[in-house]
Design a protein around this ligand. Structure first.
Ligand SMILES: NC(=O)c1ccc[n+]([C@@H]2O[C@H](COP(=O)([O-])OP(=O)(O)OC[C@H]3O[C@@H](n4cnc5c(N)ncnc54)[C@H](O)[C@@H]3O)[C@@H](O)[C@H]2O)c1
Ligand SMILES: N[C@H](CO)Cc1c[nH]c[nH+]1
Ligand SMILES: [Zn+2]
Length: 438
């Protein structure tokens, strides 16, 4: 079967550009009420029945029957055996990717994940103490595809942060374990791993069951069931973000081979029919060349059907007046991945304010970032890059303020606190400060 992909062609000069553009962008995690209801029911059952509910849903949704959740745990020996059994090429690739991701996150910890303090002129000590979370749950998607790279991207920053226990959950439909996923868990330092997924896995991590320990925070991407479950358990546990379908925006000046750009658009479209790939470019002839490359290259790909659905339903090739205008539109979209496919990427980078990750220059394909450049591939989607950031070491830490007021400092701060406390009608607050005045 052959598939055709015709992303919507738009020009910023057409009269109805704004309306068409908004229509194409529109997607909200909005709540398919059937999914919401099902997730609420699953979570309630897991909270009340624990392991028994997890077993029931795993048999039903993943076709994986078991009589005890203990049977669904992957032992450390099994993880190591998977690693040892990999072909050498895969073992090396996994280790090289892990090393780069580790180095990046170690640098991140040094730059913004360490404790700090200073003494003011009265000798008072003020600072911030950074502590790793005790136990986290990482969700690794596994319904339609296996994601060893997501194991690395979640477990390594947790490990670098100093988290003691990393509990991984990963669905294994029909019990088919992916050796690379297991090996990645071994390489990344996962403490325990269970072959469960969906809302039931999120519920098990949030509430704890007889076999699965309750965690402090759940991170990692997943489908609509996973996203909805994470939203519902937030508050009882921490979560990283609510991830929507993958996105790529390519900002091109026409200097990159059109085939490269077409393949980059495919690379996110192949994740999901709902993924969004957009090209912004001031050169109409170049946009034609990219469409021609799409037509020629699509039939060569096994996931052509998913790509075609994604590009036809949500993709766009937008002709802009200039690169400057392309940057402005990109900022409005705030994409998950932004490629600046230009011979002068550093000219445009300062103008780009909102994106999960910015890939500079023709040689920086987004896919390198997905696997092995080093930065995290769990990124804000659906415009949330306007206010949120990639998964990081800081997601696996928390901060406590440190305050040590010296005797001299108490003389200075006491009167201030007293006046403000009186203003709030909180006399004990004020007196606690006054009692310390000489
Ligand atoms: N942002 C990222 O970094 C990133 C990385 C990898 C994958 N992803 C995305 O994560 C998603 C993964 O989705 P997936 O489906 O492949 O795997 P998944 O692990 O998220 O979901 C599979 C689970 O969904 C549950 N489920 C499926 N149908 C159900 C039903 N009818 N009722 C109740 N539960 C049901 C099952 O419990 C199953 O175990 C994709 O959209 C992919 O693009 C994102
Ligand atoms: N692009 C995805 C995040 O949007 C991450 C990923 C994993 N494997 C391949 N890609
Ligand atoms: Zn990807």
């Amino acid at each position: 079967m052959t598939f055709q992909a015709r992303p919507l062609r738009l020009s910023t000069q057409q009269d109805d550009f704004e309306a068409q553009f908004q229509k194409r962008l529109h997607w909200s995690a909005e709540t398919d009420t059937e999914i919401e209801q099902r997730v609420a029911d699953i979570l309630k059952a897991v909270a009340q029945e624990g392991d028994a509910a997890v077993l029931g849903f795993t048999a039903r949704f993943d076709g994986l029957p078991a009589t005890s959740v203990v049977q669904l745990e992957l032992t450390q020996a099994e993880l190591k055996a998977a690693f040892d059994g990999l072909p050498e090429q895969q073992r090396n690739a996994l280790q090289q990717a892990a090393a780069r991701i580790r180095s990046y996150h170690q640098a991140q910890k040094k730059a913004s994940g360490e404790s700090w303090s200073y003494r003011d002129e009265d000798g008072s000590l003020l600072g911030q103490k950074v502590t790793p979370l005790d136990r986290v749950g990482i969700y690794v998607p596994g319904g339609k595809a296996a994601y060893p790279s997501s194991v690395l991207m979640n477990a390594i920053p947790a490990n670098v942060a100093g988290v003691q226990e990393i509990i991984m959950v990963v669905p294994t439909p029909r019990g088919e374990k992916n050796p690379l996923v297991l090996a990645a868990a071994y390489v990344a330092g996962v403490s325990r791993a269970f072959t469960i997924g969906g809302a039931q896995a999120v519920g098990a991590l949030a509430y704890g069951t007889a076999t699965i320990p309750k965690v402090d925070k759940i991170t990692g991407p997943g489908n609509a069931y996973v996203a909805s479950a994470k939203k519902r358990v937030f508050g009882l546990v921490g979560i990283d973000m609510i991830a929507g379908p993958s996105e790529i925006l390519v900002l091109a000046d026409g200097s990159t081979p059109a085939d490269w750009v077409a393949m980059d658009l495919f690379s996110q479209a192949e994740h999901d029919e709902l993924a969004q790939s957009i090209l912004l470019c001031p050169d109409a002839a170049y946009i034609d060349a990219v469409q021609e490359a799409i037509d020629r290259l699509l039939p060569t790909l096994p996931r052509a059907e998913i790509i075609a659905k994604s590009l036809n339903g949500r993709g766009a090739l937008i002709h802009t007046r200039s690169m400057q205008e392309a940057c402005e539109i990109s900022n409005r979209i705030a994409p998950e991945h932004l490629e600046v496919s230009s011979h002068e990427p550093h000219r445009w980078e300062p103008a780009l304010r909102h994106a999960g990750a910015i890939f500079l220059g023709a040689y920086t394909s987004e896919s390198l970032g997905d696997y092995c450049a080093g930065p995290n591939h769990v990124l804000p989607t659906s415009g949330t890059a306007r206010f949120s950031s990639p998964l990081s070491v800081m997601d696996f830490q928390k901060r406590s303020s440190i305050i040590e007021v010296s005797a001299d400092g108490a003389q200075k701060l006491g009167p201030i606190a007293h006046i403000l406390a009186e203003g709030e009608g909180l006399q004990a607050h004020g007196q606690a400060a006054v009692l310390r005045l000489r």
